[in-house]
Design a protein around this ligand. Sequence first.
Ligand code: FUB
Ligand code: ZN
Length: 640
Amino acid sequence: MTPLPTVPLSAVPLSAVTITDEFWAPRREVVRTRTIPQQYRQLAEAGHLDALRLDWKPGDDKEPHIFWESDVAKWIEAASNTLVHHPDPHLDAALDQVIGLVAGAQGDDGYLNVHFTVVKPGLRFTDLRDAHELYCLGHLVEAAVAHHRATGKTSLLDIVLGYLELVRREFGEGGVAAHGYDGHEEIELALVKLFDLTGDRTHLDLAAQFVNDRGTKPFFFEDEARRRGDDGFFARYFPRRPEEAERHRQYSQSHLPVREQDEAVGHSVRAMYLYSAMADLAARLGDDGLRAACERLWTSVVDRKMYVTGGIGADASIEGFRGDHELPNDASYNETCASIGLVMWAWRMGLLTGEGRYGDVAELALHNTVLAGASSDGTHYFYGNPMQSDGEHARQEWFGVACCPPNYARLLTSLESYAFATGGDEVVVTLFIGGEVRVDLDEGPVRLSVETRYPWEGQVRVRVEDAARFTLAVRVPAWANGATATVNGERIDVDALVDRGYLRVHRDWAAGDELVLELPLVAERLWADPAVSADTGLVAVRRGPLVLCAEMRGDEPAAGSLVLGRDALFTDGWDDELDVAVVEATAMADHWPEDADGLYRVTGPDQVAIQVRLVPYFAWGNRGPSSMRVWLREGPSSRA
Ligand code: FUB
Ligand code: ZN
């Protein structure tokens, strides 16, 4: 077998990083102490856990849904992640109990899917386009890897390895699903994780098989539907699917072989998981075709289809992408899972290429749409992350389709691995998170500690704890014009040393040496490309990685009536209630006379100057009903 090429950059395991800063540490503590217990209760109440007992019968309520296992799996993954730094016998036992239930749902031949065991027996692997069996398995695999890494146990790993043997047979030549792949990608990236854990090449090969078969002709899903004789589980949601064949191929990114794809289309979570697997495979197989496709798709998303908040997937009807520059604010779906997927893909692109621009996007999505995914108390969630609201959006405790809450939990609990990376003689700092990391370089282990008040303040202090010769690479975001840095107090030339988005300093580091990066965190206006017609005449405000929004409550003027003048000055402030940094500015607001009436009026509103507090997008919706705008109307002046 040809040896695999060296992976450019590798992730650092969770156990090698401790996060202690004032921004992320308390938020992750909320996830550990509140979100994870709350999600367990929700999974129990909704029926996900009992379903695993396989005693559902036709006529019973709580019919096991096709992808309930995925929600359970994401919870297992999140809970396992927390055990890495917080051993907790109670949670460990709860995990054993849930994994015991999963084990009980597995058939003697390894198959594991409650829906196709008790609701539709005999139909396994006949509706790959819609029925999510391998998607669920993918999440179980990711959970198994996390659980094993955290506890050393193989209970869940054994389950998925058994199931994978069956999958390998059924999806191999002569199997019932030969040349098939799942309509919802996920198994592919999970198999790469399993390969990374076990070193077993068959997992990587199976991932590559699924990725390479996708979109080839004859179209698997259409043949499958003909064989089955019906239009599948989602026929009721997509009654026009037969007439809209191409749109629905795009929905699952199966319209073209993946190497030929250059526009991000279809369901955005699916796309992100596929592109993540493509980047993983490109890195591990040295596959330039996959890498080139990833780079084209990246441009499509980031230059033409991504909201300023890092939200993606504007079209609610497919939970997915619209056309280029079609980024409406009043119909902006932006599923939390999609931004989580964007972080996952961006991180992998960073590992594949060593380029900092991918970290910029990971940071954007993470600090805005991902973090908005849960309330500050960690118990209510956004499924969609709109760009504007007139009171109709509020976080909820749970959803009938509950993909986002546990996805949020697993991302927040694995943040360690997104912050740092290593490869060759390099230690890479991608996200600015205070804490410590231990990295194994060829020369031996090196520890770094990072101190920062980011994203509130722009100073990032990286201290080398062990003497060694290596390159310290610290990302300098593209927005950070005028960033400066020192090494042991001596100014270094950032512009000269920044290489592909990272400030790279190669030297003999002594224990106690410090690199201090100063990122200018100033509030600034953003305007959209005129091709984004939805943003004509509008302006947004960001401060470093945080996009701000106007959130207006009670008797305050509606956020949609605010006009931010070109001459308005920004002042940094702090909001004690939300415990976040804010930006204050004078804006003009519509003030209607008391007796104004009628659908159309001959007297317009007065324009009054008011002080507006712009809050980080992630923090909106935490104080009861409100109106909210990311893009504000722009005027020449904010002076009355
Ligand atoms: O289909 C599984 C998950 O549920 C998707 O990723 C989400 O968009 C939601 O539809
Ligand atoms: Zn979701």
